[in-house]
Design a protein around this ligand. Structure first.
Ligand SMILES: [Zn+2]
Length: 275
């Protein structure tokens, strides 16, 4: 495990993987601290679609992306829909979704690119952010894995798409599985259990954990397993191991908000760009 939090010059925090080559990429997971949004979006909410004041979100986005050395107009971001569509972006897509949800890349849950200086951004509140770094071919990817995307094997599909687009080989790809809801907190119902068993007929025993008569899904392991299945060496996969629901003072968590009878919360972001 190599995940750590680092304080930035403009008083934000960056969640980072020490295994990623700093000379090749810029990356960070945001936290909920250091922004201007009011409860229940306090304070560094980075999503425009959750009911927060757009002006506040744009202040937050500017602050976060500037801390990575880019401007608001550089961001590329999609409308995430818990699907398994992966989209390749290049210079033509710079700025899509940066300030307006309506012009984000439609219905897409993973972005890949080999264009330098183009920051990919996805938003999360418990779902799993998955970073991909192909050191050999200088290409990157970023995926959103909630239970639906994870069981549709979006992580494996993103790597396959990087393979066809850039020649990415699983053995040369570094993976970072960022903070998201852990098996400690992610209780699931029968429909999810059935889908998990169908997607992982041999291995669901290690993914579905029974405790006190309830069933919990290990989303981290489910993403790791599908990457191992397509040939990523285990040593290349780094799991942050931080649960957003347990650490809801640091990260936005939909489940933690629900426990407080709130149906709205903010979103953290995962960001990555090639230098
Ligand atoms: Zn937890």
């Amino acid at each position: 495990m190599s995940y750590f939090l680092k304080r930035t010059e403009n008083n934000l925090w960056h969640g980072k993987f020490s295994t990623f080559p700093e000379d090749l990429i810029v990356h960070a997971v945001s936290t909920r601290r250091g922004g201007v949004s009011k409860p229940p979006f306090d304070s560094l909410n980075l999503a425009l679609h959750v009911g927060d004041e757009p002006a506040d979100v744009l202040i937050n986005r500017k602050k976060f992306i500037q801390s990575l050395g880019f401007g608001l107009a550089d961001i590329v971001t999609p409308n995430q829909v818990h699907g398994d569509k992966i989209f390749r972006v290049d210079e033509n897509w710079r700025g899509c979704g940066c300030a307006n949800y309506a012009d984000a890349i439609p219905e897409t849950d993973a972005l890949i690119t080999d264009t330098p200086g183009l920051p990919l951004i996805l938003c999360f509140a418990d779902c799993v952010p998955i970073f991909f770094v192909d050191v050999e071919n200088r290409a990157i990817g970023l995926a959103h894995g909630g239970w639906k995307g994870t069981l549709k094997k979006i992580a494996a599909k993103t790597l396959r798409k990087m393979n066809s687009a850039f020649g990415t080989q699983p053995k040369n790809c570094l993976i970072g599985i960022a903070p998201s809801i852990g098996a400690c907190c992610y209780e699931v119902g029968g429909a999810v259990v059935d889908k998990c068993k169908a997607a992982f007929p041999k291995n669901h025993g290690e993914l579905l954990i029974e405790r006190d008569g309830k069933i919990f899904l290990d989303l981290w392991r489910t993403n790791v397993l599908q990457l191992l299945e397509i040939g990523v060496p285990e040593k290349n996969i780094d799991v942050a191991g931080e649960c957003t629901c347990c650490k809801s003072d640091w990260y936005f968590s939909y489940r933690a908000a629900q426990k407080k009878n709130r149906d709205r919360t903010g979103r953290i972001a995962a960001a990555i760009a090639l230098r």
